[in-house]
Design a protein around this ligand. Sequence first.
Ligand SMILES: N[C@@H](CCC(=O)N[C@@H](CS)C(=O)NCC(=O)O)C(=O)O
Length: 337
Amino acid sequence: MPQSEPPIVLYHYAYSPFARRVVWYLHLRGIPYTQCLQPPILPRPDLARLGIKYRRIPVLSIGRDVYLDTRLIIQKLEQLYPSVPNLGASDAEQKAVERLLEHLSIDGGVFSAAMRLIPADLPLLKDPKFQKDRADFTGERLTRGDAAALRPEAVNEIRLVMDLLETTLLADGREWILKTDKPSLADIEAVWPLHWLAGMPGALPADQVSAERFPRVYGWIARFQKAASAAKAAQPKTPTVSGEQAQDIIAKAPFNEEEGDVDVGDGLATFHGLAKGRKVALWPTDTGANHKDVGRLVSLTPAEVVIEPEAEGVQVRLHAPRHGFRVRPAVEAAANL
Ligand SMILES: N[C@@H](CCC(=O)N[C@@H](CS)C(=O)NCC(=O)O)C(=O)O
């Protein structure tokens, strides 16, 4: 692994299933990183000191570029370290399977069903501070009765996705989704919400979702856990730093990417008059939408938007995927778009 690669800092907390996607990715590929551990609820001053308002976890910096959303984070990591084999597929059909599994897990309802299955009697869930924080995150506040009423549909969603894997991709007894020798990105894209639920006592009713009903799926989840643990054990211990230390690492690092441009032909840019340098607001559209980042627009492409947030300590470039995020002139966003 070349020593000249820009430093990577992962802001996360251990039981975030989204963060685990990235942690597994880094371990399975053998990419060294530093972690800055975050509290499970706001405030997160370590991110605020980078000028970041985004409230979701994980966030990853590569050099002085900061990336939001695991979909973009993983795609960026795929481009980094070309000397080490990628985890993503190179064959077009396999790439399609990988990306469709990503959509299924994140946009297709699997994760939101999984969230509804967290047992209501977990001590954390009973904490009023946690409840208030998550109402801000999801935009809904469910009573115990509402949550119980939504549970059977959520169980069914999980049963459907397990059935799909059991009877299609895993049906022939293969070890990994794309018949690779080791777990690939396609395995990460499909396994993470199921691995999360399978390891959460009380989340899934055993008479409907179990290793007996879905032996291939449960076998694959266990195999994945073993491979991920072995990959982690093969790495040097991940250093943990404070928010101040993380900021220092980032402030001293060069940018990971060239500064891009705003694609002025893009319909969004034309409609809203988004030009390079314009002050814009950026936020996710599904969860955490109350937390808007404001900064100068650096680049806008079909896949990605980059802004420079207003910060006192360190000037980072903040990258978000276009999919699932909204960008608007800051004045309009302030007027409550
Ligand atoms: N689409 C985002 C979703 C991230 C997400 O929802 N993360 C959860 C943690 S698993 C979160 O931020 N929860 C609220 C919080 O921790 O503030 C991604 O892929 O990174």
